[in-house]
Write a protein of this length. Sequence first.
Length: 195
Amino acid sequence: MEQAINMSNQPTSVQINLEKCLMTPYTVHDPRHVSDLKAQFYDQVAAQKLIDQGDPLVYEIYHHAFITDATDMAMGMSVIHPGKVGCEYHMTKGHLHARNDQAEVYYCVRGQGLLLMDDMADDFQAVDFNCGTAVHIPPQYAHRVVNTGSDILVFVSVFHVAAGHVYAQVTKQGFARLVVEVKGKTTLIDNPKRE
Ligand SMILES: [Fe+2]
């Protein structure tokens, strides 16, 4: 759901309510269910079964764009619900930026998980992403957040609208490693699609 983006050269505020998981006002609210991420999850049989059983919500995004005559910064709030598809934890789709000069900051304000960063060549990093952790994601690194906890994971993002979101390469190849639960423990395993 998108609302009108108001251009303003004046200082602008948004309110983040962590109890209700709301950011107001917002210009975009985008709920993403298992069916929206089917290509991202490794276990296609488990994904289809969940879709057939009601297609649970994996995560929601709220964005607010601060458009002025000169800049286009935006703030997002993402809420990842706990759960798994097969043995793989709920996660965001993951994307690259269309522009190769665009970084982003992710700030975890609730929950626990991992932030995966992958240059889609030879560098992959999975950093602990827990309440209080802020990470600068350099340009040209694909990024994805995984909720490995039993509570919701909420993070705030700051970026430029013009950075652009590109999903195709990540959807096709995936990140270098998958985050799965093995015998009750969070475990990273190599992604067969990348070997
Ligand atoms: Fe991004």
